[in-house]
Design a protein around this ligand. Structure first.
Ligand code: HEM
Length: 426
């Protein structure tokens, strides 16, 4: 078959499907052939141009005029008519936020909303993060066995996210279910029956976000990033628009917690499966920030991100036509030997781990990256100190089937409570 640029599609490109097992289990490994032989290819099954090398991905991120982020939150699997009818019933109107906004609107808005991310502003959240992690650890420390995802890896980042945003902590389980629906809706391939169910979840999430927003608008004395937005909306409605507020309310609840929850689970999985590295962290906690960064490179929670070509353009020697949809597999770029020596090795002493693409790059680079890093660091500090004898259980890992957000759905660990340092040395 032919790609939209008139070139033939290779057999491997034709066979590529991100919803197949290899990509779901290990996206970087699933694209090794591409990194080595065909770094930019058209995937007929996805209808996207897939880009797998570090330099090509970075070049795309760098030029957000040629490569517009407008499709970053588009449904990767088109909605069925039934699903569309459901969304309409809920008056679903998710549109531009920051991550999928074009220039010049994006930068004008981003600039208005930076105050919440100064180092001092973020540092003010650290004691709360530590308290939450400690409480969750207290609850399991004598148990000897736990699924850390269920016990705390999603709930702590969700609580932190809501606090950071100023959103009242309400039904956490419900919010988690909404997040899963949003991820499947945006980055998954739900079956026709699932489509309707997912649309129900997304529609409810949209309504819920609107209600929370109205409640918050009624008490403008509140604190948090959403309140900054409400305030800017009041004074600069042309920059921080009404639809932006509602769309952002829904998108940010997910962006601010799911990414961090999955990144933490990935990091614990990688570090605990290398007992010598874990022991190094226990002996020398100063290594923790570098270890977290290397985990974000080696096993990031965002593994692919999207752009659309606004004109015909060449990437890695391949001509992508105007309107070409692009899937940058950042997890693959993070394993590109042209940028990272022995890329498949988890090396907490690597000096360029921070170059990874897990937070994106350029003008849209993740605004919350230092909050995410802080949460990972505090999780690791508390666990290495209080449960240095933690072990990973043998288990089959499962993942929510989608192109972009990746982390195990459960992470079972065990330890001998008799050996807990605080028991031996209270
Ligand atoms: C954007 C990843 C945590 C808020 C992004 C992007 C990625 C990403 C890949 C798109 C970047 C681009 O297009 O270049 C992550 C990961 C996280 C994380 C892996 C955790 C480990 C957070 C948190 C917050 C947050 C905790 C909020 C407090 C945002 C915002 C944007 C963004 C607002 C849009 C920035 C813009 O378009 O100007 N993030 N994120 N993220 N992230 Fe995160």
């Amino acid at each position: 078959s032919m790609a939209p640029n008139g070139c033939p599609v290779s057999p491997r490109a034709a066979a590529f499907d991100p919803f197949d097992r290899p990509y779901q289990l290990d996206p970087a490994e699933a694209l090794r052939w591409s990194r080595e032989q065909e770094p930019v290819f058209y995937s007929p099954r996805l209808g996207y141009w897939v880009v797998s090398r570090y330099d090509d991905i970075k070049a795309i991120f760098r030029d957000n005029l040629t490569f517009s982020p407008s499709i970053a939150l588009e449904k990767i699997t088109p909605a069925s008519d039934e699903a569309l009818a459901v969304l309409e019933r809920y008056d679903y109107g998710m549109n531009r936020t920051l991550v999928n906004e074009d220039e010049p609107a994006h930068m004008a808005r981003r600039r208005e909303l930076l105050d919440a991310f100064t180092p001092e502003a973020l540092e003010a959240h650290a004691p709360m993060v530590r308290r939450l992690v400690r409480e969750k650890l207290d609850a399991i420390i004598d148990r000897g066995r736990a699924d850390l995802v269920a016990e705390m890896f999603w709930e702590v980042p969700l609580t932190v996210a809501l606090h950071f945003l100023g959103v009242p902590e309400e039904d956490m389980e419900q919010l988690r279910r909404f997040s899963v629906a949003h991820t499947l809706n945006t980055w998954g391939r739900p079956s026709p029956e699932q489509q309707v169910e997912v649309a129900e979840g997304v529609g409810k999430f949209w309504q819920y976000s609107g209600e929370v927003l109205r409640k918050m608008q009624a008490r403008p004395e509140g604190h948090g990033w959403m309140y900054d937005m409400i305030e800017k909306n009041r004074h600069k409605p042309d920059i921080v628009t009404d639809n932006y507020l509602h769309s952002m309310m829904m998108a940010i609840i997910v962006a601010a917690h799911e990414t961090t929850a999955l990144a933490t689970a990935n990091a614990f999985r990688q570090l605990l499966s290398r007992p010598a590295v874990w022991a190094d962290l226990c002996d020398n906690p100063a290594l923790i920030p570098a270890a977290a960064e290397e985990c974000l490179r080696h096993s990031g929670s965002v593994v692919a991100w999207r752009r659309i070509a606004t004109r015909e353009v060449e990437v890695g020697g391949v001509t992508i036509p105007e309107g070409g949809r692009i899937l940058m597999v950042t997890a693959s770029g993070n394993h590109d030997p042209a940028h990272f020596e022995n890329p498949d090795e988890l090396d907490i002493y690597r000096d360029n781990a921070v170059d990874h693409l897990t937070f994106g790059y350029g003008s849209h680079q993740c605004m919350g990256k230092n909050l995410g890093r802080m949460e990972m660091r505090i999780f690791l500090e508390e666990f290495t100190r209080r449960l240095p004898h933690l072990e990973l259980e043998e288990q089959e890992f499962t993942f929510l089937p989608n192109t972009s957000f990746r982390g195990p759905e459960a992470l079972w660990v065990r330890w001998d409570p008799v050996q807990n340092p605080e028991r031996r040395d209270p």
